[in-house]
Design a protein around this ligand. Structure first.
Ligand SMILES: O=C(O)C(=O)C[C@]1(C(=O)O)C=C[C@@H](O)C=C1
Length: 360
């Protein structure tokens, strides 16, 4: 015999009660962890990215369903976010305004229990964290369609901040209309320049005569529709919701796997989590074969590179710095010997951070 609706709901109520008790018990333990951290360190660090990555990874690995492993990890992401907020309320600065993909990335990484603080420019985010006015910052670093965000890389050259995490976000762009938009009279479409580039083919095919106007962010594009009647905007879910806009067409990005990678910046070093990446800045004296010599130690030790960019050094014309991302933690023996070899060859290395690979 199958259970009646009432009986099933009684069972759900009983389980909810147990879950609630367990969650509060978990929060008490996090509180106790915070006391230990305070006792052991006069300048305690409450947020532990390596531990969070391990917890989330284990949840995904042991998950049996029917709840999907990613969804389960997202639930626990929120639980840990609330526990961390009990230890210490966190301020996370991001490239604003409200409703940007960077805010979405910040919430994906830290959960909803943090206070997210919108700032107007990437270097303002760095400054806010350097000054201690925010605990962490989140900035975009590369997009799978449009490539690197050069401003972020350049800002690292003059900053002492450390990378303590990465976030990957699938980017979906929607064509949006405002409350006053007259859809038969549209003459322009607003969005950030990168977004317009990511939707170029769709716009060529569907809105070839509509003028494309780049603005400072997708959220700003969405905001402009509040008082315009002959414009559309392209932005993501968060901006659409924030400004109460209607979707004319969903997912108009040219590549369905369009993904942006963001970095979490802070003032702390992150211990190994077991599944890490390291980002570094390498400079060497310009000579034939410099780059291939720099890459050789990685090959010799079997350390996998995940990204390589060069940027003008800004100290002399035609001299470059290399941004190298690889797998592993700077304390791993293999990576350690790569770094020693690079330094022995006369290169200057600045480790921007070793941090857990994105789990969610
Ligand atoms: O293990 C810790 O150090 C904790 O503070 C507990 C906890 C958690 O809720 O599991 C909370 C915050 C940290 O960022 C990592 C984990």
């Amino acid at each position: 015999m199958t259970d009646s609706l009432d009986s099933l709901r009684d069972q759900i109520d009983a389980l909810d009660q147990q879950l609630q008790t367990l969650l509060n018990r978990r929060a008490e333990l996090a509180h106790a962890v915070a006391d230990v951290k305070r006792r052991e360190d006069s300048n305690p660090v409450f947020y532990r990215p390596e531990r969070e990555a391990q917890v989330l990874q284990r949840i995904k690995e042991r998950n049996q369903g029917p709840i999907d492993g990613e969804a389960m990890a997202r639930l626990f992401r929120e639980v840990m976010s609330i526990c961390l907020a009990l230890e210490q309320p966190m301020r996370v600065a991001f490239l604003g305004p409200e409703g940007t993909f960077t805010q979405q990335a910040a919430i994906k990484h830290f959960g909803h229990a943090v206070e997210s603080v919108p700032l107007g420019a990437i270097d303002e985010v760095f400054r806010e964290v350097e000054a201690g006015a925010a605990h962490y910052g989140v900035v975009p670093v590369e997009n799978s369609t449009e490539g690197m965000v050069s401003h972020t890389l350049d800002t690292f050259m003059s900053s002492s901040l450390k990378i303590c995490g990465e976030v990957e976000l699938r980017i979906h762009h929607h064509l949006l209309a405002g409350p006053h938009t007259r859809r038969d009279k549209v003459t322009r479409v607003y969005s950030h320049q990168q977004t317009l580039a990511q939707c170029r083919q769709w716009l060529d095919a569907h809105l070839p005569t509509v003028e494309r106007i780049p603005v400072s962010s997708n959220a700003e594009a969405a905001r402009r529709l509040r008082d315009e009647w002959n414009a559309l905007a392209i932005a993501g879910d968060m901006a659409a919701e924030l400004y109460g806009l209607e979707r004319v067409q969903s997912n108009i990005e040219d590549r369905p796997d369009n993904t942006t990678r963001f970095l979490v910046i802070g003032r702390q070093d992150t211990p190994p989590s077991g599944r890490d990446k390291t980002s570094m800045l390498v400079t060497g004296k310009n000579r034939p074969g410099l780059l291939s010599d720099m890459l050789l130690p990685f090959r010799e030790q079997g350390v996998n590179l995940t990204r390589l960019e060069s940027r003008p050094s800004r100290t002399a014309n035609w001299s470059y710095v290399f941004f190298i991302d690889c797998e592993g933690h700077k304390e791993d023996p293999l990576l350690k010997s790569v770094l020693e070899k690079l330094e022995g060859d006369g290169n200057t290395i600045r480790i921007l951070g070793s941090y857990p690979k994105a789990v969610l």
